[in-house]
Design a binder for this molecule. Structure first.
Ligand code: SF4
Ligand code: SF4
Length: 104
């Protein structure tokens, strides 16, 4: 399980560095975020939720029951839109109200 940082989208804001519990992300010499040891990522999704420009994607491989798709998260105030894009182009979006995340 790992993430990929889409360099063309990254604005170098540093939010992902601050939230990664494994300090796996840093600023590269090009001013963009980079992950040096992607095999150490345990997929907590904190960086995805924090990135303001959806520059971070999580690969949904067979190891986690995925189908080779990509997960991105778009934050809209208290709403989180979780979007899965499959290799065939199909997309599914689930919206969660972050105020209810610890409700149950
Ligand atoms: S998913 Fe979690 S562990 Fe992996 S890079 Fe992002 S914040 Fe770090
Ligand atoms: S949060 Fe997103 S835009 Fe900001 S540095 Fe990380 S990848 Fe780049």
């Amino acid at each position: 399980m790992s993430i990929e940082i889409i360099k063309d989208k990254c604005i170098g804001c540093g939010r992902c560095f601050k939230v990664c519990p494994g300090t796996l992300i840093s600023l590269g010499s090009d001013g963009k975020a980079e992950i040096k040891r992607p095999e150490r990522c345990w997929g907590c999704t904190s960086c995805l939720k924090e990135c303001p420009v959806q520059a971070i994607e999580m690969f949904l491989g067979e190891d986690i029951g995925g189908l080779g798709g990509r997960l991105t998260v778009c934050r809209e105030q208290h709403l989180l839109h979780w979007k899965v894009r499959l290799p065939d182009g199909k997309e599914t979006t689930i919206t969660v109200d972050s105020r209810n995340s610890n409700k149950y």
